[in-house]
Design a protein around this ligand. Sequence first.
Ligand SMILES: Nc1ncnc2c1ncn2[C@@H]1O[C@H](COP(=O)(O)OP(=O)(O)OP(=O)(O)O)[C@@H](O)[C@H]1O
Ligand SMILES: [Mg+2]
Length: 681
Amino acid sequence: MGRKSPSLPSDRNRSNGAGSKKPSGSSDSRNRKKRIVKRMRKSSLSKAEKQFQVFNQVDEHVNKYENLDLDASDIETRSPRKKKSHVSNDILVIDEEDNDDGYDDYDGHYDSPRPSVPVVDVESEHEETVSSGQSPQLSVATSENGLEANEDFIALSNSSEEEPEPELSGEDQDHPHGAGAEGQLSPSKRATTNTDYPWILNHDHSKQKEIADWLTMEIKDFVAYISPNRQEIEIRNRTISRIRAAVKDLWPDADLHVFGSYATDLYLPGSDIDCVVNSASGDKENRNSLYSLASFLKQRKLASQVEVIAKARVPIIKFVEPHSQIHIDVSFERTNGLEAAKLIREWLEETPGLRELVLIVKQFLHSRRLNNVHTGGLGGFSIICLVYSFLHLHPRVATGEIDPRDNLGVLLIDLFELYGKNFGYDDVGITVQDGHPAYIPKREWKDLQPGRSPFTLAIQDPGDPTNNISRGSFNLRDIKKSFAGAFDLLTDRCFELDMATFKDRVGRSILGNVIKYRGKPRDFNDERDLVENKAIIENENYHKKRTRIVHEEVFTDYSSDEGLNGKGEDAYHVEEPARKKRATKPKNSPKDSRSEKKKQSVDSLMGISTNDDGEGEDDYNPLDARESSGTTEKENTEDAEVGASGKPEAALKKITVDAQTRRDYWLGKSNALSNASADHS
Ligand SMILES: Nc1ncnc2c1ncn2[C@@H]1O[C@H](COP(=O)(O)OP(=O)(O)OP(=O)(O)O)[C@@H](O)[C@H]1O
Ligand SMILES: [Mg+2]
């Protein structure tokens, strides 16, 4: 790994800037643009690259989606359900009818539950940050960074009334994309008037020879710009502590744990905090308990704009914590989110570029109001799985040909192209089971509920193969359209700036053509190393303690007095809700049927019939490449290490059981512990 993309031959001799370029619609211009994109992706294609192109060129297959119109009844039934609700003690109680329609109650950015209600009931004596005169720089997920309506995702600079528009010349106003107008301003004016992409202020990369490198640097700047500073992390930590203390006061046998983007470090400044209350009695997931906690938090002035959603598939309470103005979701008596947080953190460690691309895609969709599952958008969890699988299945990344961190620009463009133009949504699903991402034919996913239309995104929950985590994303049409548009806009902008003189490039942004950030100005202080994110620490502790408990369950002789209770760890010994039993995969069977599926040609996985001709039947398998390049499963590594160090057989077994047990826990195999125990004895 580690090579950068080869140089993009630049055309510096030309002096025609944006203003003098040929109309973007001309075929000459289109061809040049294509050439630039091609060059960005390297001129000499590897076998893997060619294969990737094959699945990126499925035009006939994809074009049918362009004309796919949902009929009116479809739209009606798919629009957010009407809520049966009433207000009690200023708490909105929503009794939703549960249906199996795939409505998803997880929601990363649930914008203000009741926007008409005044937000603030802040107690100033508690509000350290406000009273200290410092601006907390937290912006709750509002429309600030959103585009109106999302009908025309392109109209970045015309989309909001909050910000004054830069002065435009007549030509600029006619610019077909509503973007690029800033190119006509003087460099100094550009730098000061661009409030939509503040990450370029004092971070000018316009002198980069390679346009792809410029985009990569902008992506890194954007991520640094929106990454949290010390104060933001502390505010989140304090928010969690306050709510946890209240939960424990109300229910001494319960604890509050955090999962979701705060526990994975994948949050935007306005992201919510996802929490779960688990109790020893395991009886808190009912309407009464939800309501009790909601009123208790309200009474303690820890919750405003409170909603109790009791009859959903995942019952939750939602509120805004008044001191921090952060949106909080609390679910009850489940551990899958805590498992997912741990898994996602492992993915982040092993997948360079994942955090950057996830944050970009999140902000991109947020800007277009396409991130809200309640309105058919793509939730944070789906975005993570989408980007994770994309990175692992990208041939040039999988083969180690490029280092993702040095090629974020090209990868972002590839991602938009794949999921905006070429992905065979009708026939292909995504699985990330056991950390092995793969594209699988939907027909082979037995538990996948057929939707009204085959045109749906299907992503298998890494913690539950029966669950399609993106089933609520019914607005796939707009999501796909927005990705396709982003591909066009980014490549247009790359083309334009590649042609431009250095002078004309100053103060310009590539990424700003598809993403904007509005809100209080931020600094570039990514201070995640300076202050602990308590959600991460607590999640790590939760898993450590639970693994120890699992161990002790496996290895402790319960006839003795040394059970768990003497160790004071009950808080973490959460009774798990009953899980669906699943067939246990035989241990150490690397070539199971799932692996076989992976071996299928990319063409068939992308939903293209391979019967017609031999093209694309090169059965390149990125996963094979990855495996042969030395990436092995954690469990095998642990085995190997122990074997090499010559530790006794019992220790080897113990560690192996530990790894296996953790995985089995994750997979929800309820009989895993007894198997492990039998193995050991
Ligand atoms: N459809 C789903 N099925 C099962 N679990 C889900 C589903 N959606 C979300 N979750 C769980 O909830 C957690 C939080 O999901 P969410 O969509 O809010 O993502 P997030 O990473 O918190 O992003 P955001 O910053 O946008 O809130 C996920 O990590 C996952 O554990
Ligand atoms: Mg969330």
